[in-house]
Every structure is written in structure tokens, then in C-alpha cells.
Design a protein around this ligand. Structure first.
Ligand code: FA5
Length: 340
């Protein structure tokens, strides 16, 4: 029987190596390895043998089976390699590409605009001392004006002279820090950073961004402020855009203003989107002498203006955006974010 098994092995290998299709290979697999296949016929015959002969036949049948399985696998792979082909004209598959977040895009655009007229972009701490956020800005401890900034306080030990640590409520903390850095004017600062307030609705988020301008030199007047506002409006919203200032109250500027930009949809005429023709974007004013003094600058020699606006706010007023809720900007909804 051993000879018959050897013959079966040789015959199977010869047929498998000549097989030219997957169907033929499957047919051969069934012929040799199937339930009613030739290997199983020998297994049945083996049952009639006894003792060492039986053990030897078992071993030989097993080896033959393994050889046939391996031959079938090798031939299938040969066949796959011969028939596989590469279409070099097929377009490649692009991996998914991300892009900068819309607020990062806005920050880059704002930065380019102000760099064009000599402003230097700086960044100051997001967690800062009470001194820079309030006291140095003419808002001493317990002053009621502080209530406007719904502040998050940090649970940490206070600085002996600079007070408690807070999450910066506005980028105005950069004003006195910039005066300390530059020491002698001229100063043309653009401070863009994250701000935090305990607020949440369609136009307010607990974390948002502001950009703060500060210009200090001899002879700086409200005219310079107005010129800067109009320059930014035209660059950011288009040549028709205008700005206007309305009297307001900030403790760190005197006089103080609220700043509006004309609506990009109706050019200030008044429409469904803006109602009045204007959109408020933030505050501005002439730097208060007490703030200059806190930064070590002589208010008799120098004057300056400052402004601070919401990045999300100015961005959502861009032509074509019509975003009346800023919260989706900070969601993980890719369908929304991929549009920008
Ligand atoms: C200030 O924060 C002043 N520091 C601005 C300033 C700077 C005045 C320099 C004078 C001189 P106000 O609290 O109004 O001002 O905030 C300015 C702008 O930040 C708002 O008009 C709004 O556009 C944006 N803003 C404020 N709070 C939020 C918030 N929670 N979410 C999104 N944007 C906000």
C-alpha cells in the first residue's frame, strides 16, 4: 500500500502544478482531500492494517496530505501572481486632508493685516495675575467695574504684590506687560489670545479669542484710532466697509468707545441680518494715564490708543458666512468645520 500512496502523491503533484485556473485547483482539492477523496480512501484501508504497519501507513498518509495541501497553496499563489496586474493609469487614492480651523485662519488673516501697518504680534499668558488683568488697568480690588468680566479664578497661592491668578478674561492683560517689555515707546502691539468667561449662549462661549491693539507714541490721537479701525474694516470685509465709534465706559481708556463695523450685506443701510446697518465688535479708547503709569510710561510725554475685539465676532460677520451661532465653531462636527 505504501507504493500506492507514493504514486498518489506523485500523480497529485503533477496534476496540481499543471492546473491553469482556480476552478481546476478546487476540483483537484476535492479529488484528493474531499470527504470522499482519495486520501480518505487510504484512511479507510489503513483501518484494516495492524500494529507497526498501521502506524507507518498513518504517518505516510498524513505526510502525503500535507504535501498536497502545500502544492495546492503554492499553485494558487503562482496563479494569482501571473494573473494580477497593475493599472498604472488609475488615479491614486488621496488620504483624508485636514485644514486649519476657521478661527486659526481668521487669526492669521488679522495678523497679516496689522503686520502690514507695523504692528508686532505678541502673546501673553492665558493664566495671569489679577494685577495685569484688572488692577493695573485702573480697576483696583473690589471695584464694581470688574463685574463685567465674569472671571474664572485659579485655586493657587497669590503673588505678594500681583495678587491672585485668573484665566485671562480679555487680552487687555497684554497692555501693561507690553509696556514693561518695550519700556520706551513707540509701541505697536497686536496681542491675540484665548480668553475665558463664565458665559454661554449663541454669541458667547466660555473660551473665545480676542485681538488687542495697543499703540503708544508722542502725539497719538483719536484720529489715529479711527484711521486704524477703517483700515482694518476695509482689509477684512472689503473696500466698502466702514467703522464707527460710540461713547462707552471702560476704566482703562478715557475716552472709551464701542466699535461697530458696517454690515457687509447692506453697507450700513439696515437689513434683516443687522437691523441697524451696523454690528458691534468690541471696545476701544485712548489709554488712561493711570494705565500708562502702571506700565512705567510718562503720560505727560506719551499718549496711546487701544482696542480689543472678539475674533469669533469679527469672523462671523464676514460676507457669505451668516453664522448666527458661534458655538458650532468649537464642536467636533466635521461636516460643519469642513466647509471653511
Ligand atoms: C473688553 O474685553 C475690553 N478689554 C476691550 C477693550 C480693549 C476696550 C482695549 C478698550 C480698550 P468686552 O468685554 O466688550 O471688552 O469684549 C470685547 C469683545 O470680545 C466683545 O465685543 C465680543 O466680541 C468679544 N467677547 C466677549 N465675551 C465673549 C464671549 N464669552 N464669547 C465670545 N466673544 C466674546
Amino acid at each position: 500500500m505504501q507504493e500506492q500512496i507514493n504514486n498518489l502523491k506523485n500523480e497529485a503533484i503533477a496534476l496540481i502544478t499543471q492546473a491553469g485556473s482556480a476552478n481546476e485547483l478546487e476540483e483537484l482539492r476535492r479529488t484528493y482531500l474531499g470527504r470522499k477523496g482519495k486520501i480518505n480512501e487510504f484512511v479507510k484501508l489503513m483501518a484494516e492494517a495492524t500494529g507497526t504497519e498501521r502506524a507507518q501507513l498513518g504517518k505516510s498518509i498524513n505526510e502525503t496530505k500535507q504535501v498536497i495541501v502545500q502544492a495546492l497553496t503554492d499553485q494558487a499563489e503562482n496563479y494569482r501572481q501571473q494573473t494580477a496586474w497593475l493599472d498604472v493609469t488609475q488615479p491614486g487614492k488621496l488620504p483624508p486632508m485636514g485644514h486649519l480651523h476657521p478661527i486659526t485662519q481668521a487669526i492669521e488673516e488679522i495678523t497679516r493685516i496689522f503686520e502690514g501697518i507695523g504692528f508686532t504680534r505678541v502673546r501673553y499668558p492665558e493664566i495671569d495675575y489679577d494685577w495685569y488683568v484688572f488692577t493695573a488697568l485702573n480697576m483696583p480690588p473690589k471695584h464694581p467695574a470688574r463685574d463685567e468680566w465674569e472671571t474664572f479664578f485659579i485655586d493657587a497661592s497669590s503673588h505678594p504684590s500681583k495678587g491672585e491668578l485668573v484665566l485671562t478674561t480679555h487680552t487687555s492683560n497684554g497692555q501693561v506687560r507690553e509696556m514693561e517689555r518695550v519700556k520706551i515707546p513707540p509701541i505697536r502691539m497686536l496681542n491675540i489670545g484665548k480668553c475665558y468667561r463664565r458665559q454661554q449662549d449663541v454669541t458667547h462661549t466660555a473660551m473665545f479669542h480676542q485681538f488687542e491693539g495697543l499703540v503708544i507714541d508722542s502725539g497719538i490721537t483719536i484720529q489715529h484710532l479711527k484711521g486704524t479701525l477703517n483700515y482694518f474694516a476695509r482689509k477684512f470685509y472689503g473696500p466698502q466697509a466702514k467703522s464707527r465709534i460710540r461713547p462707552f465706559m471702560f476704566k482703562f481708556t478715557e475716552p472709551s468707545f464701542e466699535v461697530d463695523f458696517s454690515c457687509v450685506h447692506c453697507n450700513g443701510e439696515g437689513c434683516r441680518f443687522c437691523k441697524s446697518g451696523w454690528h458691534e465688535v468690541g471696545g476701544a479708547g485712548m489709554v488712561h494715564p493711570n494705565v500708562l503709569k502702571a506700565g512705567g510710561i510718562d503720560p505727560e510725554k506719551y499718549t496711546g490708543f487701544a482696542f480689543g475685539w472678539g475674533v469669533e465676532r469679527v469672523y462671523t460677520l464676514k460676507p457669505g458666512l451668516h453664522l448666527d451661532d458661534i458655538r458650532p465653531l468649537y464642536s467636533t462636527n466635521l461636516e460643519f468645520l469642513e466647509q471653511f
